[in-house]
Design a protein around this ligand. Structure first.
Ligand SMILES: [Zn+2]
Ligand SMILES: [Zn+2]
Length: 344
C-alpha cells in the first residue's frame, strides 16, 4: 500500500476528513496521489483529536468477551459495533475456533496479544485437544494482530499469499497507532503466517474437514475463507459484513464478483467478519446493494466530472440501509471506489 494512513479506518479507526481537503481541485492526472496524501495528514490529525482523549486515565482494556457455540464445535467471540477505543481495544471483529476429533483450528486472533491469549484460554476451557491450525482471514488488525499469542505453539499458521507482505507494510503504522489508543495493546507484535495459500487448501481436524479458499482482491487483497464441511458453516471474514458498514480496502468490482461465488448451496450458515450468524443470504444481499449503489453513484459522479470532495458532498451522507459505524467509513469507501473507478 502506498499510503497506509488512508486505511486507518479500514475497520473502524478514525475519520477520513477528505471532504475538507483543500488540495482537491487538481487536474485528473494529479488528483489521486495528492488527495491521498492530504487525506492521510487529515486522518492522522483527526485521529489524534478524536481518539486519544478517550483513554480513561490509562485503564487497562478488557481482553475477554464471551465465546458462544454457534454450531456443533464452533465457538465465536462476537466483536462490538464500535470504533476502536481504549476500552474495546479493537475487539470489534468476530474471532473463534472449530473443534475436531483430533485438534482445533483457530480463525482470526483479534487485535492484541491479550485477545489472542484469551482465545487460547477459551479453547482450553472447551477441550484439551491441541490447536493445530491458525487461519487469518485478512490483513486488518482486528483479525490478525493477535497472531503473536500463538507463536510458542507448534501449529500451522495460514493466510492468503499476499498476507505476509501486507502485514509487513501495515504492521508498524497500525501498531504505533493502536499503542496510542489502548494500553492493552502493549506486548503485541505483528507476526506473519508461516504458510500461505494461493488458491485452495484442505485440512482435517479429525473427522472435521475444512476447505480453505484464497480469494482474488475484494474486501482486501488478502481475503481467505474457511468452510466447515461437517456443519455447512462458512467463516467468511470481512467478505461479509452484517449490520456494520462494509469497509472497502481492496476492489469494489472484485468484491462484487466474489459475492457471486461466495455462498453456494452447501453453505447453510455464515459467520461474518462482523455481526450475527445467519444463513448469510440476507446479509450478502444488503452488502451487495450497498456496494452496487456505491459503484453506480461514484461512476455517475466521475462521468459528470465531479472530483472527490464534490462526490463526497453529493453522496457522502444518508444511510438508508441503517448500517452501524456508518459515519466516517462511508466517506472512506467513496474515496476507495472513486480511486478505483476513475481509471475504468
Ligand atoms: Zn473486520
Ligand atoms: Zn476487514
Amino acid at each position: 500500500m502506498e499510503n497506509p494512513a488512508l486505511y486507518l479506518c479500514a475497520d473502524g479507526l478514525g475519520h477520513l476528513g477528505t471532504e475538507q481537503n483543500p488540495g482537491a481541485r487538481q487536474r485528473p492526472g494529479l488528483k489521486r496521489r495528492t488527495i491521498l496524501r492530504a487525506t492521510a495528514a487529515l486522518a492522522l490529525g483527526t485521529l489524534t483529536g478524536l481518539l486519544l482523549p478517550a483513554v480513561p486515565g490509562g485503564a487497562a482494556a478488557p481482553a475477554a468477551l464471551p465465546f458462544t457455540e454457534v454450531a456443533e464445535g464452533i465457538f465465536v467471540r462476537f466483536g462490538v459495533h464500535e470504533e476502536v477505543t481504549a476500552t474495546n481495544c479493537g475487539a470489534i471483529a468476530n474471532i473463534g475456533f472449530i473443534v475436531g476429533e483430533d485438534s482445533v483450528a483457530v480463525i482470526d486472533s483479534g487485535t492484541t496479544r491479550a485477545q489472542g491469549l484469551a482465545l487460547r484460554e477459551a479453547v482450553a476451557a472447551v477441550t484439551d485437544k491441541p490447536i493445530s491450525h491458525l487461519f487469518t482471514t485478512h490483513v486488518h488488525f482486528d483479525h490478525s494482530f493477535g497472531l503473536s499469542a500463538f507463536a510458542d505453539l507448534e501449529l500451522r499458521s495460514i493466510g492468503h499469499r499476499n498476507l505476509p507482505r501486507a502485514l509487513a507494510e501495515r504492521g508498524p503504522f497500525y501498531s504505533e497507532m493502536l499503542a496510542g489508543i489502548c494500553p492493552d495493546f502493549a506486548g503485541t507484535v505483528v507476526v506473519p503466517p508461516g504458510e500461505t495459500v494461493d488458491d485452495k487448501l484442505e485440512v482435517d481436524l479429525g473427522n472435521r474437514p475444512l476447505r480453505i479458499t484464497a480469494w482474488p482482491t475484494a474486501h482486501t487483497n488478502t481475503d481467505l475463507t474457511v468452510f466447515d464441511v461437517k456443519t455447512g458453516t462458512l467463516w467468511s471474514g470481512d467478505l461479509i459484513f452484517a449490520e456494520r458498514l462494509p469497509t472497502l480496502d481492496g476492489s469494489i468490482l472484485g468484491w462484487l464478483k466474489v459475492l457471486d461465488e461466495l455462498l453456494p448451496e452447501e453453505v447453510v450458515r455464515v459467520i461474518p467478519g462482523h455481526g450475527p450468524v445467519s444463513d448469510g443470504r440476507a446479509a450478502l444481499a444488503s452488502e451487495r446493494r450497498y456496494l452496487e449503489t456505491l459503484r453506480d453513484e461514484v461512476r455517475m459522479a466521475i462521468r459528470e466530472g465531479l472530483d472527490i470532495p464534490e462526490t463526497l458532498a453529493r453522496i457522502g451522507s444518508g444511510n438508508p440501509q441503517h448500517w452501524q459505524v456508518f459515519e466516517h467509513n462511508h466517506g472512506r469507501n467513496i474515496v476507495s471506489a472513486y480511486t478505483e473507478l476513475e481509471w475504468e
